[in-house]
Write a protein that binds this ligand. Structure first.
Ligand code: ASP
Length: 312
């Protein structure tokens, strides 16, 4: 635990998805590209916080950078559905008021996290989906793109591989690649955001944990902020992000203890993945049960790190 006299003024943590990444299986160019993407997102969030900006603005900025980076499964570079489309989900929440916004099944909005934020700030609702969410986006002048913007050859190859090998429901390599950020600002408020293309080959309008408030995303100034990645069905069943916050608030567990306990519950259900957590005092935890998780964190003391593998 951080001593009360040494709290960082602000801190931020990000993830670019948990998965089966190992040093042996990933080539150096891919390592460098992912690390550069994580560093760019971290720096976008840091710049907001160092300037006295809000945790909400910091997580929005960090997640938007990762959405635009084709290496991650969110925005551009999202995985394909079974029918060859990209359908995006995102959520955002502020711990100050527990206001939240979320969207699912997005096909034309360039940065789903910005649409989730607009839902939170400009309307009476928390969660919009599909054509209605896109109508809301157009009505509120949230940037729209042709669906081709999201498509990349590598994600298409992964869909074909999944279909050819009849690999089952989940991405064979568990290269999840969902993105998220949590932050604590100098005013003491926390926020969380998560954005994803979901799972390769998803169908029937499947929605994972990422845009579900309390499952993949949650923020509460009394406890902390959490963004999740992994096998979404088990994260939904565990109410993972809210459960981590509840454990910290009600039983006094540290971020790391609460994160590990909930990941163990998810493991018992047959799920794997990772979480990032920030507490109201600016402590961060980055925990995962997969071999790797694209991740990074920084705070006002000058700490700044990015990692991919379990031993980073
Ligand atoms: N949790 C996401 C989902 O189930 C996938 C991921 O984390 O990459 O949609």
């Amino acid at each position: 635990m951080t001593d009360a006299t040494s709290y960082p003024a602000w801190s931020i943590a990000i993830h670019g998805g948990a998965g089966s990444m190992t040093r042996d299986a990933m080539d150096l160019a891919a390592v460098a590209a992912h690390e550069a993407g994580l560093a760019a997102a971290l720096d976008a969030g840091r710049a907001v916080l160092a300037d006295g900006g809000s945790a909400l603005d910091a997580v929005t900025a960090a997640v938007a950078v990762l959405e635009d980076d084709p290496h991650f499964n969110a925005g551009r570079g999202a995985v394909f559905t079974y029918h060859g489309t990209n359908e995006l989900d995102a959520a955002i929440m502020t711990g100050e008021t527990r206001a939240a916004g979320a969207v699912a099944g997005i096909t034309h909005t360039k940065n789903p996290v910005r649409l989730a934020r607009t839902v939170m700030e400009a309307g009476p609702h928390v969660f919009l989906s599909g054509a209605g969410a896109e109508e809301f986006a157009r009505d509120h002048h949230v940037e729209q793109v042709d669906p081709d913007w999201f498509a990349t050859p590598e994600r298409w190859r992964q869909l074909e591989e999944l279909k050819a090998k009849a690999l089952g429901w989940f991405d064979a390599g568990m290269k999840y690649g969902t993105v998220g950020a949590v932050a604590r600002d100098a005013a003491g408020h926390v926020a969380a955001a998560t954005s994803t293309g979901g799972l390769t080959g998803k169908r029937w309008g499947r929605i994972g944990d990422s845009p579900l408030i309390g499952a993949g995303t949650y923020a509460d100034d009394r406890a902390g902020a959490v963004s999740c990645t992994g096998s979404g069905e088990q994260f939904i069943r565990a109410g993972a992000a809210h459960e981590i916050c509840a454990r910290m608030r009600l039983s006094g567990e540290t971020a790391d203890q609460a994160a590990r306990a909930v990941l163990a519950e998810i493991g018992a259900m047959g799920g794997v993945g990772g979480v990032i957590v920030v507490t109201p005092s600016g402590d961060t935890a980055l925990a995962f049960t997969t071999p790797g998780m694209f991740r990074g964190r920084a705070d006002s003391t000058g700490m700044r790190e990015v990692g991919i593998f379990g031993d980073d």
